[in-house]
Each structure stands twice: as C-alpha cells, then as structure tokens.
Design a protein around this ligand. Structure first.
Ligand code: ADP
Ligand code: MG
Length: 542
C-alpha cells in the first residue's frame, strides 16, 4: 500500500489483545458497548473543545451511526467526535497509556467468568474488544481543527499500519471485518438490542442502518430525570452497570430531584462490590455533571474524596450549557450542589448503618476510603465518626465508637487503640497484654490511614482517643486480673544494666504494668507521635 507505515504494538498491547480475545469470548457483545462509549466520549469532547474554538462546533445532526453490511461482512461505526491525529491514533490504539496491565492480566485469569467483562471496562482497554468479533479493524479519523485524515489498520496480531486517507468532516469511522463465527453482529435487530441494553442512556442519537434508512436505536431519555415510578429496576441496574462497569447490583441507589435554591436531579450509586482498580488512580470524585442532560465533565468534584466510590450523575438547570472550566471552579451553584449532594449521601450512610450486617459488607469494601474523611474532612468528621466501624479486642465482628463507649469501664477515661500494618499481627501484639489483663477494650486499626485520623478526631463523646503505646501510664489505675507482681528489687537491678547496654538507641528504660507474659515491649514516649506513625514518618524520610 502506498505510504503505509508499519508499527509494532507495544508488548503489553500484544499480551492484552490475546487475553481480551480469549478470556471474554462468551461476552462478545460488549465490544459494541465499548465502541459506542468511545464515540460518545469523543463527541462530548468535541462539544467541550468547541466552547473555546468555534471552528470545531458539532454539526446539528451530531450522533453515532452504526451500519452493518452483510454482503461485505463489514460493520461500521461513525461518529462526529474530536477524531484522532496520526500521533493520537498511534498512541491511543497502539500503546497502553495506563499502567497496571500485568495486574489486569492476572486478575482476568483469576476472575470468575461473570466478572471478566467488567474488568475490560475498568482497565480502559475497550477498543481492543473489537478484535473479539473482527479479524481486521480499520479506523479512519480526522482530528477536529485539522484537514488531514489517517487510516489505522490492524489484524490484532502484533502490528498496525498508518496510511494517509481522507474524510470530508472531522470524526471517526471504525470498520470491523466481522469474523466467520460472528454473523450475529451483522444483524440490525441484534445490534439494536445490544444498544438498548448497554447504551440506552447515551444522550447522543445512535442509529442502526436498516432497510435503507438510519433507525434510532437508543431512547436517549436521561433516566435520572424521570420520576422513580417510571423507571424499572432493570433500567436502574443497567444504568448502574454502565456507570460503574460492575456486573453486580448497587448496595445503595439514591435518586432524587432537588428544587428551591438550586435545581438538580441526581442518580447516584454505592457499588455492591469493590472495583478492582479502586480509586487508586485518582483521589477525586468522578460523579458526572450534566447541564440540561448534556454531559459536561466528570471533574467537578461533586463529592469529597472520601466518597469517591459513589458514582452516577448530577444534572442541573442552573448552569449555562457553555459553562467554562473557570466558571466550574468558582460558581456558587456548584458549591450549593456539592453541599446538598454530600449531605444526602452522608444521611443515606447514617441510615443504612442501622442494618448492621449489610453495613459491614459496605464497610469492608469502602471503609478504608471513608476513614480518610476522618483525617481530611473537618466539616464531616463528626458525622463519619458516628457510623465508622472498627475491629476491636471485644470480639470477632466490627464495632462502632458509640458501642465501645457504652462498654467502657466506669473508671475508664479514654478510647484505646492500636495501629499496625496487619490486622492479625496487631491482634496478638504484646502491646495489648496489659489492657487485656485488665479487661480494657482496644480498637485494632490496620489500614494505612489509621495512623493519622485518631489524632485529628481527638475525642468521641468527649472521650479522648489514645494509642495503647501512649496509654500505658493509665494502666496503673486499673487492677490487673490475676497478675504476678514483679519483684521490685529485681527490676531495680535490671533497668540500669539494660540502659547501659542499649545506650542511645532508646530514650528510657522503665518497668511497666502493661505486660503479662512478654518480657519487654517497645513503646513511644508519652508525648511523642504514636509508634506506627513514627515508623511511617521514618520510612518517608521525615
Ligand atoms: P478508554 O476509553 O478507557 O480510554 P479505549 O481502549 O476504549 O480506552 O480507547 C482508547 C483511546 O482511544 C481513548 O481514550 C480515546 O483517546 C481513543 N479513541 C477511541 N475511540 C475513539 C473515537 N471514536 N474517537 C476519538 N478517539 C477515540
Ligand atoms: Mg473506552
């Protein structure tokens, strides 16, 4: 072919293609969801770019057109989106921008068959799903703002070519050369039913070419704007699966219309399971902001970061459609929406916390993230403390701070806790012996953020939170149950000898009432930072 440049896929892409094509065979139809989602994203992005560059404005009939050609065995998806330049074609469809491909491969191999499709979406490898049904894929694209078009072409086996091409308007055509055993994806009715199932809420018009005309395939009704009574559970669950890429059902669904000072509709979900790549990539909420149904951005931080596992849509009347990034940062409308939405989610968590078993499930998925709010959200810290759960020496299950306080001994002044890297190790720590022997309950904290929040929270129901590594002195006030008094004379001889031997590596050696069966324990000085925190600070070079 004249002017064709051959490029090899990056090694990761090769591996990934193999995995995607083989592991997901039984769920092949999701290729269409992935390609339509990409087309809708690209159209949204062009709308956004047109705000600052009028020359990139979308045509009036912008949408996504699907055209099956049975005789030629070709399936083409066309969009009016931003398109891709030559470089972008090579980068977006030839490398994997995101890290974590190896992790993806391992999870895919280990995942249950029904979980596999959701992995694809979560790892952003959607485009490659086309090779499940096609033995060759051609992409002709013209970047908005440019006259050039390029053709990317590949059989998904190690390399792709880039060739100059032409396209009369900006946008992208993706043509799949459908495999022998994938005839079903050339049937208009089959394509329409996949769109209904996976892409009904996409607000750009999607058409499927049938009997000589483009027939609308999606309703495009923004589900969140309908009254609850007009939405079926199935529609809600489908939408949930679309926004979260999960295949389960939501743990909580919040759907409401706010009126008054600020008008908006919201449809939010707390996932029923923990996403595989949970929120490690970003510490920000990705709830989608729409204005009058139009998607605007997923970077409006509609919820505080400790609620970033909540996903869904907020759609308002009170912003202009051409809202700029600067405006998004400063408008009081968004500040009001944030406040209202956050309050609503917190109230839901507070209410659902009454169903202990169900809430424990939620907490094991997202508790570690929620606790970040105890550390960095001064406005909502007190709310979180009321429903937060912890392991403790009291028993197997989780406890709330309120239940801990209710069990406190009459003379007990503080809420004791012990932090560490591993839940099982801390449960057997010698640091606990003195407390156990006196029947004093200790919270066992093993998430990284646990080294930070107790200090910030300070007290709960006026009881100070105190690390056991700092709370030893308190033990003398409580009689130990069945303790052998250590011979004081022995200690008086031993301590100077130990001091001598350890020299500058410790600041003090002293007798303690906190141990029962262990001989020695390392402790933080009374006023200093908690032991686990000191260790963490040392590790990060502070
Ligand atoms: P993701 O959508 O999660 O980024 P994909 O594999 O689905 O991953 O797509 C990779 C990238 O290719 C997209 O991020 C986008 O930049 C680009 N892309 C795919 N399809 C299109 C399209 N129809 N128009 C413009 N860009 C596209
Ligand atoms: Mg995609």
């Amino acid at each position: 072919q004249t002017g064709a440049e051959q490029h090899d896929f990056s090694a990761e892409v090769g591996r990934l293609l193999d995995l995607v094509v083989h592991a997901l065979y039984s769920e092949r139809e999701i290729f269409l969801r992935e390609l339509v989602a990409n087309a809708a994203d690209a159209t949204d992005r062009r709308r956004f770019e047109a705000l600052t560059d009028g020359a990139r404005a979308l045509p009036d009939n912008a949408g996504i057109r699907i055209n099956p050609d049975k005789d030629a065995r070709l399936l083409t998806l066309s969009d009016d989106g931003v398109g891709m330049s030559k470089d972008e074609l090579a980068r977006n469809l030839g490398t994997i921008a995101r890290s974590g491909t190896r992790a993806f491969g391992q999870q895919l191999e280990n995942a249950k068959p029904e979980d596999k499709p959701s992995l694809i979406g979560q790892f952003g490898v959607g485009f490659y799903a086309a090779f499940m049904v096609a033995d060759r894929v051609d992409v002709v694209s013209r970047r908005a703002g440019s006259d050039e078009a390029w053709r990317w072409s590949s059989d998904g086996k190690g390399s792709f070519t880039l060739t100059p091409d032409s396209r009369s308007t900006p946008g992208t055509d993706i043509t799949l050369h459908i495999k022998e055993d994938a005839d079903e994806f050339l049937e208009p009715w089959r394509l329409t039913s996949i769109i209904r199932k996976w892409a009904d809420h996409i607000t750009w018009p999607i058409t499927v070419h049938q009997d000589g005309e483009d027939k609308p395939a999606n309703e495009g009704t923004a589900l969140w704007r309908k009254p609850r009574s007009e939405i079926t559970d199935e529609q809600l669950n489908d939408f949930y699966r679309h926004v979260t890429h999960n295949f389960d059902t939501p743990w909580a669904t919040l759907h409401w219309h706010a009126e008054g000072m600020t008008e908006f509709s919201a449809l939010l979900f707390v996932p029923g399971s923990k996403p595989f790549e949970m929120m490690e990539q970003t510490r920000e909420s990705r709830v989608h902001l729409h204005v009058r149904r139009m998607f605007i951005t997923d970077e409006a931080n509609l919820l505080p970061s400790w609620l970033r596992f909540v996903q869904g849509v907020v759609d308002t009347e009170d912003l202009p459609l051409n809202v700029s990034r600067e405006m998004l940062q400063s408008t009081p409308v968004l500040a009001r929406i944030r406040k209202a939405v956050t309050r609503r989610v917190i109230n839901e968590l507070r209410d659902r916390a009454k169903e202990a078993d169900s809430f424990d499930g939620f907490w094991s998925n997202f508790g570690a993230v929620v606790k970040e709010g105890l550390w960095d959200d001064s406005e909502h810290r007190a709310d979180i403390a009321k429903f937060a759960r912890f392991r403790s020496t009291h028993g197997e299950g989780l406890t709330t701070l309120a239940d801990y306080v209710a069990r406190m001994k009459p003379e007990q002044q503080a809420i004791y806790f012990l932090t560490g890297d591993n839940a099982d190790t801390i449960a057997t720590s010698p640091q606990l012996e003195g407390f156990r022997a006196r029947g004093l309950e200790v919270l066992l904290l093993s998430d990284p953020v646990d080294s930070f929040w107790p200090d910030r929270l300070g007290t709960f129901e006026e009881k100070p939170l105190k690390s056991v590594t700092q709370g030893v002195a308190d033990l003398d006030a409580f009689p130990a149950e069945g303790e052998d008094a250590t011979d004081k004379a022995d200690l008086d001889a031993l301590i100077p000898a130990l001091k001598e031997a350890l020299g500058d590596s410790v600041s003090e050696v002293r007798g303690t009432s906190r141990l029962v069966s262990s001989a020695v324990v390392l402790t933080a000085s009374g006023m200093g930072p908690d032991l686990a925190l000191s260790r963490l600070m040392r590790r990060s070079g502070q």
